[in-house]
Design a protein around this ligand. Sequence first.
Ligand code: NAP
Length: 326
Amino acid sequence: MEARKTVIITGTSSGVGLYAAKAMAKRNWHIVMACRDIEKTQKAAQSVGIPQDSYTIIPVDLASLGSVRYFVQNFRATGRTLDALVCNAAIYMPLIKEPLRSPEGYELTMATNHLGHFLLCNLMLEDLKKSSSQPRLVILGTVTHNPNELGGKIPPRPDLGDLKGFAEGFKDPITMADGKKFEPVKAYKDSKVCNILTMRELHRRYHESTGIIFNSLYPGCVATTALFRNHYPLFQKLFPIFQQRITGGFVSEELAGERVAMVTADAEYAQSGAYWSWGNRQKKDRQSFVQQVSPQASDDAIARRMWDLSENLVGLTPVSSPAIAR
Ligand code: NAP
């Protein structure tokens, strides 16, 4: 019998990550749940029926770079070989007026969604390289990263500008990647652009030399998850109904989790550098396709500069990236 493979999934205490863990357990993988609340994660795993021997929970706070490094140490101490990494955890804080800060002083949404995962991906490359199967690294994207898509047209639109905020260190008083005024919804969208740029740059730098498959996906509009817990209660009530009855974009948490598992484990998705989507209108038997990402998320110069500046922010290397000529 083939040995059980191991996947690390961040943010499995609810929503897409929890159901992705369930779908990976059904594929007979062992799941390392990288979460900040062990008790909550344990209860969540039990509530969806993930067998106890299919998972291990290792704590991590993705907003804290120190915690990410400690997580990697703890994972290595288990002696497991890593076959896939899924960067899924995220926060969305649409109503806050002032930025929150990570332990290292960075704006919290970008720190959690992008910088923590950026460091984790870089550190775990060594582990993925040791896998005897063809390892994969998956980063969750979203439609709102792309102003060319209907779901991405609603303002504020994402825009990293020339990454002035990153270049200036991203600590107080800097709150946004482009160095402009704090805008919490844009902070989320910007972080998702960085997620896709990270996937594309990982692919460009490491796919050929390591064989690792790097990909990303838009799982559909999963309007019932806890991602919207910081929105107005009325929005939380009406958003799923709107997505189900009006736009037809609604996807259940179970189906979204299954899509993550497909991109992480199934043979049809063994394509590196791809951004998978099932479109916005979720008709029955919807087929997946590789979708074009936004103009900014496809921009190689921005990808390289974002990479260099992020390396500096997470303490991987000193930066020497020239500003982008326009
Ligand atoms: P969710 O239910 O709120 O799940 C987010 C997960 O991230 C939770 O497990 C949460 O843990 C974890 N998390 C948040 N901050 C963390 C931190 N500092 N350290 C460690 N874990 C942390 O939201 P979701 O909708 O499933 O979102 C999952 C992914 O899908 C995100 O990347 C999101 O951008 C993407 N996505 C979602 C949708 C959608 O419509 N919902 C659409 C497209 C893409 P706690 O329980 O501790 O808070």
